[in-house]
Design a protein around this ligand. Structure first.
Ligand SMILES: Cc1ncc(COP(=O)(O)O)c(C=O)c1O
Length: 417
């Protein structure tokens, strides 16, 4: 097959491909697989009931039925949805945005593909622009998205041990100079893979630094406030002319509706929608229709605060307890402070094997986690720490998570020899 440079880059082995392959083999396997690897949200029965009810309401209404299934919608955003969302942000947080500040894409994953390729790559003057990640490790799903190779510049997180078995990453502002070639800064908040939440102060500083260079700060709020609100810290969504805020309906429990939301100044939304029309033609509308009345009534805030956040916080705390009970004291490990998202990030400090080898051994025992090295991309120098961490999704079936944790503890202990 005579493949292009684009074709070659996008078909090479990548972390996200490995993750998706593990996910589909877990779905099709006849053996019992303990799937702690993917990014699926939890099934919360009361929440599922709300979605089922909404889908039935949509099907019963001829106009909504038409919009959801039988007609192409816009490549920008559904007007009713975007108006409701803008009104909610203005009401709740005193923002001043309108539907023209809201773009929708078929999942925030493709939203980032479009944003990264708007802000990185060869400029018209021939110079190359890159995306700067101020805090690495960062979401593996970004790593292969820029069409041009070597389009990330990352900076190591500063590690602070915050408890006997706990640590937290911070942005290392002392070593954070934005290079000339940066076209945008980007951070997920809460962070996939670590559950870190940038403090309000960190976000303010990053936004100012980006602003002083005339480049945007892309903030990936896929897990954050006000929905799905899988965030255990008291922090606020922050928005200004210089911030591009991304959100998603996936972690609300609707990943299959493929609904990503980008909030930004109008000029950026217009560019994004123009590219989206070329690659997608139109957006899926089902997700936007499902949540629209819940956004209008504010019910989505209640659901997120009272149903979703407590569920995940409880599951995170219970899983940390399981890990602390299961892992032998001879194994020196730390768990990243769980401030949000659906993952726990474990740093093994004294294993004789790499996280990659631990991942392979766990896979042979039908436990799927993610090996940490995928999340360290764009760094200029090697970092031992990148070979010492694994990510697990704690939100699946609790018995399966418990069994998986026992196996992880056994394999970690064996890893000392
Ligand atoms: C930080 C982050 N951003 C973006 C995405 C993409 O989500 P989606 O395309 O389902 O909106 C994910 C998925 O897990 C994620 O963890």
């Amino acid at each position: 097959m005579k493949i292009s440079a684009f074709g070659k880059k996008f078909t090479e082995k990548s972390g996200i491909l490995e993750l998706m392959e593990d996910l589909s083999s877990a779905i099709t396997s006849e053996e019992k697989i303990y799937m702690l690897g993917g990014g699926n949200p939890a099934r919360i029965p009361a929440l599922d009931a709300i979605w089922k009810n909404r889908v039935m309401e949509i099907m019963a209404d001829d106009e909504d039925f038409n919009l959801s299934l039988t007609a192409y919608d816009s490549a920008g955003s559904n007007f009713g949805f975007a108006s409701a969302l803008a009104a909610m942000f203005n009401r709740e947080y005193g923002w001043d945005i309108g539907p023209e500040n809201i773009g929708v894409t078929n999942g925030s994953q493709i939203g980032f593909f479009l944003l990264f390729n708007l802000f990185s790559g060869r400029q018209r003057n021939g110079r190359k622009q890159k995306i700067m990640l101020p805090l690495c490790p960062e979401y593996v799903g970004y790593a292969d998205q820029p069409i041009e190779k070597d389009s990330f510049i990352s900076r190591r997180a500063k590690i602070v041990e915050t408890g006997p078995k706990e640590f937290k990453y911070f942005v290392d502002f002392d070593n954070l100079e934005i290079p000339e070639e940066a076209g945008a800064l980007c951070s997920s908040r809460p962070t996939n893979p670590t559950g870190n939440v940038l403090t309000d102060e960190e976000v303010k500083k990053l936004s100012e630094m980006a602003g002083s260079r005339g480049i945007p700060l892309l903030l990936d709020n896929a897990y954050g406030a006000p929905f799905p609100n899988i965030i255990f810290q008291d922090v606020k969504p922050i928005f200004n002319d210089n911030i591009v805020l991304s959100m998603s309906l996936s972690k609300l429990g609707l990943p299959s509706t493929r609904t990503g939301i980008i909030i930004a100044r109008e000029e950026i939304i217009q560019s994004l929608s123009a590219v989206n029309a070329i690659v997608s033609l139109a957006n899926t509308t089902m997700g936007q229709l499902i949540v629209r009345p819940l956004i209008q009534s504010g019910k989505i805030l209640d659901i997120s605060r009272k149903m979703i956040m407590p569920y995940y916080k409880g599951r995170s705390e219970a899983t940390i307890k399981m890990i602390e009970e299961a892992i032998d004291p001879a194994v020196d490990y730390r768990i990243h402070k769980s401030e949000g998202a659906i993952f726990l990030w474990i740093w093994f400090k004294n294993l004789k094997i790499s996280a990659r080898e631990l991942y392979e051994r766990l896979k042979r025992r039908n436990v799927i986690v993610l090996s940490g090295e995928h999340f360290f991309f764009g760094l200029e120098e090697a970092w031992e720490h990148s070979k010492e961490c694994i990510r697990l999704n704690y939100s699946g079936n609790p018995e399966a998570v418990e069994k998986a944790v026992e196996i992880i503890a056994e394999e970690a202990l064996k890893g000392l020899d």
